[in-house]
Design a protein around this ligand. Structure first.
Ligand code: NAP
Length: 313
């Protein structure tokens, strides 16, 4: 490990090695900072679960895993280190920023918070008990186990629609269950789903219970529009009902929105000196790969400017 500055292990600590964190690492490392990224799972973040990305400017079609690996190679190629340790606590208010993992404490001059989000759970009976036995939060990870079967996807955002499209290519039938008529998902993806004969939309409906002895066998659907309850036989339930930002650790040190997102200015600076927020973890209108990468570029560049004592960004 590099010890570059008196009393500091690295100039910049980045929490999260997804598209935002690794983009921050690229810009900070190219700007001359020593950089460490902390990752509790695998580098790349959520995008590794996307079989195909087709809306990143100029790239055409690329798999999420290939995108993540290219980003990792680029960041480490510029000298950033990726450490596979979970940050358990962070002290961000002082001159020295302290990032603690189970293994040790890291002292850094500046921090980029790019820890992303965790998938929300439905919270209904059966969900916890049948997790891994038909209940899944990742269609691309588990979809192949249900090839040729009937499955359900719950949610009305881009993730649910993408998951349903992915599953419809493998399963006999896919129910898309959403609690109202309107969708958050983009019209382009929805149109593909509507045109797919293997997909049936069950709208104005909530999953009230996931049933099955050792494996998912059926779901109890409760209408949000006053219709009678229905039991639908399915082999799996893919839950895609949104995201919870991984920011609880920072409560009390930084302001969080009502939904728990960090707030930052247009250059990704938070309310604390030399602390930046980037990617899905921060309050913004569009959570996409391209905005995560842009946030990372801004956060990394802001750190370079602030540590050089320049207010150029
Ligand atoms: P999301 O856009 O927040 O959608 C979550 C959906 O789940 C909403 O339709 C919501 O219903 C529903 N929901 C929430 N809680 C529920 C509950 N307890 N029971 C039933 N339904 C519930 O989440 P997401 O789809 O995971 O997407 C997150 C972000 O990533 C979005 O900004 C999205 O655009 C982005 N994303 C982009 C791409 C892409 O561009 N390729 C792919 C995936 C995700 P209501 O609508 O009624 O609130």
């Amino acid at each position: 490990m590099e010890v570059k500055n008196k009393g500091f292990d690295y100039d910049l600590g980045v929490i999260g090695a997804g598209p935002a964190g690794l983009s921050a690492a690229i810009y900070a490392a190219r700007g001359g900072l020593s950089v460490v990224c902390f990752e509790r799972e695998v580098h790349g973040g959520q995008i590794i679960n996307s079989p195909e990305v087709e809306n990143y400017p100029a790239l055409g079609k690329v798999s999420g895993a290939d995108f993540a690996n290219a980003l990792y190679e680029q960041a480490t190629g510029f000298g950033a280190e990726v450490v596979y340790e979970e940050i358990l606590s962070a002290e961000l208010t002082g001159e020295v920023k302290l990032l603690r993992t189970a293994a040790r404490e890291y002292r850094v001059r500046a921090v980029v918070l790019a820890g992303g989000v965790t998938r929300r759970k439905l919270g209904c009976p059966g969900e916890e008990r049948l997790l891994g036995r038909g209940v899944s939060y990742c269609a691309t990870c588990d979809g192949a186990f249900f090839a040729g079967r009937t499955v359900a996807v719950v949610g009305g955002g881009n993730t649910a629609v993408e998951d349903a499209l992915y599953l419809a290519a493998r399963c006999e039938k896919v129910y898309l269950i959403h609690r109202r008529q309107g969708f958050r998902a983009s019209e382009a993806e929805l149109a593909k789903l509507r045109a797919n004969p293997r997909v049936e939309f069950l709208l104005d409906a909530q999953v009230a219970e996931i049933r099955g002895e050792n494996q998912v066998e059926s779901i109890l659907l409760r209408s949000t529009a006053g219709a009678p309850d229905r039991v639908i036989p399915v082999a799996a339930v893919f839950v895609a009902v949104g995201l919870i930002p991984n920011n609880e650790m920072f409560r009390g040190q930084l302001p969080l929105t009502a939904q728990g997102y960090l707030t930052a200015d247009e250059n990704c600076r938070t309310a604390l000196p030399r602390v930046y927020a980037a990617g899905d973890t921060r309050e913004k209108a569009l959570r996409q790969l391209v905005t995560a990468a842009a946030d990372g570029a801004l956060a990394g560049s802001s750190a370079v400017a602030d540590l050089a004592g320049e207010a150029t960004l």
